[in-house]
Design a protein around this ligand. Structure first.
Ligand code: PMP
Length: 458
């Protein structure tokens, strides 16, 4: 994976217009302030361009792949053209398929459902649960957390070599699942090197690009990964669609992920009373049911918007925000930023930290209630990773996002701030100031725990 630095001469662009920039939220201390959305890693705001494209299409909305009417044909064209746009955005190879899903989680579950029966899966324990958990029917090897990108490659090499040693030559299929950018530390993983290691040992690799694609170009051919998965709602297209793109063979050899209309080409009663089905061999095989044309179109619109804005200048802008936040946090000794690969590791705009003496839920609640800043606290659906980074018991896994202690007590959770193409400088400046003030002066309000969340005690 290349370092997320923009080309030397790339100018820092202005933030891309997003929805919600002028939404005012109340402060417990009185008055209102424009909401600072700093939780892009969970869901990014919609790009204005995406919203405008969807609004322009909405009157023409019609059934996809079904109707004979003009709007049905138009919608079907829009749907299939969106597939082509996404394929281009990802640099898909000849023969690759783009399957539309609901999300990254759905995409990886789809892949898990089509892996060959003898497939061994290799996944780092540091993955998001969406990458860690779907491989129910496969033999899964969980790889220990590496502390450098080189160690990640070496760990994978070792695990794959051991597999070859156990069944020399004639081993069955194997799949490696790896994240491109961590949703906890923002750090980039050495995807190209991991792909080379996987292929050298006859394994395939799927890239979880949920956090990478919104921040960095992802080129499936250049990275030489077999599949890429990502979600629309993290790519400024919050209408409920996702993508699994890549090799078609496993997808086409497997039974459809969902059985039903759209996936079937021909269905007929058999003489013995049963039903014969001929399934599609295109992406439609795994897209049964009426597709989410708005969701799919919004992803295509976002892909175009990011490409047209120029990833180099988007990356340059985001890296300047990363530097600003990291420098600001470094000035506060009570703040510890979580990192697997160290300070110098290339990273996207996702930063998690703990504050000495603070429960993270309390800290996040104060950022919201007293500064109008939306961040996230918790274990970020990557429990083993956060536990490793915090150095606390990896077995003690609370619910995703649930605070584990009362306001005021030190927390086992972390706070995550994340941003991207729509983030104005003011949001990160306000965040840095807020962190400093909260650490220096304490919260100005009282908080209590309600339904597992820390909230202002009104
Ligand atoms: N992988 C990573 C790295 C993520 O950050 C997330 C979302 N937090 C997912 C997968 C799952 O994405 P979704 O919730 O859209 O399925």
């Amino acid at each position: 994976m290349s370092v997320p630095t923009a080309a030397a001469d790339s100018a820092i662009c202005a933030p891309l217009p997003v929805l919600g920039g002028d939404v005012l939220v109340p402060l417990v201390t009185g008055g209102e302030v424009a909401y600072a959305a700093l939780d892009y890693a969970a869901s990014a705001p919609a790009l204005q361009r995406v919203w405008d494209d969807v609004a322009a299409y909405a009157p023409y909305y019609g059934s996809v792949h079904r109707g004979a009417g003009y709007l049905s044909q138009l919608s079907t064209d829009l749907f299939e053209n969106s597939r082509a746009t996404v394929a281009e955005f990802l640099g898909c190879r000849e023969g690759d398929q783009v399957v539309f899903t609901r999300s990254t989680t759905d995409s990886l579950n789809l892949l898990a459902a089509v892996v060959p029966a003898d497939c061994e899966v290799f996944v780092f324990e540091t993955e998001h649960h969406a990458s860690l958990l779907p491989w129910r029917d496969a033999a899964v090897t969980y790889l220990d957390a590496p502390r450098t990108p080189q160690q990640a490659v070496a760990t994978l090499e070792r695990a794959l070599a051991a597999r070859t040693a156990v069944s020399p030559g004639g081993q069955g299929s194997a799949l490696v699942c790896v994240t491109g950018a961590s949703n906890v530390t923002g750090e980039l993983w050495p995807v190209r090197e991991l792909a080379a290691a996987a292929h050298a040992h006859g394994a395939r690799i799927v890239l979880d690009a949920a956090q990478l694609a919104p921040h960095h170009p992802v080129d499936i051919a250049e990275l030489d990964v077999d599949w890429v998965a990502f979600s629309g709602h993290k790519l400024y297209a919050p209408f409920g669609s996702g993508v699994l793109a890549g090799r078609s063979d496993w997808l086409q050899e497997a039974e459809p992920y969902l059985a039903g209309g759209g996936a079937s080409r021909r269905v007929a009663r058999r003489g013995d009373g049963g039903v014969d089905v001929e399934w599609h061999t295109t992406a439609a095989r795994h897209e049964a049911g009426s597709p989410n044309v708005i969701g799919v179109y919004s992803i295509a619109s976002a892909c175009k918007a990011l490409t047209e804005a120029g990833f180099d200048s988007l990356v340059a802008r985001e890296q300047s925000l990363v530097s600003r936040v990291r420098a600001g946090l470094a000035e506060v000794p009570a703040v510890k930023v979580l990192s697997l690969f160290g300070d110098e590791a290339p990273r996207v705009g996702v930063i998690s930290f703990v504050v000495e003496g603070w429960n993270s839920s309390h800290f996040a609640a104060a950022l919201s209630a007293e500064y109008g800043i939306g961040v996230r606290d918790g274990l970020f659906c990557a429990h083993p990773l956060v536990r490793t980074l915090l150095g606390s018991d990896p077995q003690d896994q609370g619910e995703c996002g649930a605070p584990e202690s009362e306001p005021g007590e030190t927390s086992l959770n972390a706070v995550r701030v994340s941003f991207g193409a729509g983030t104005p400088d003011e949001h990160v400046e306000r965040f840095v100031t807020a962190v400093k003030e909260l650490v220096r002066d304490g919260a100005r309000w009282n908080y209590r725990t309600e339904d597992g969340r820390c909230v202002p005690a009104v």
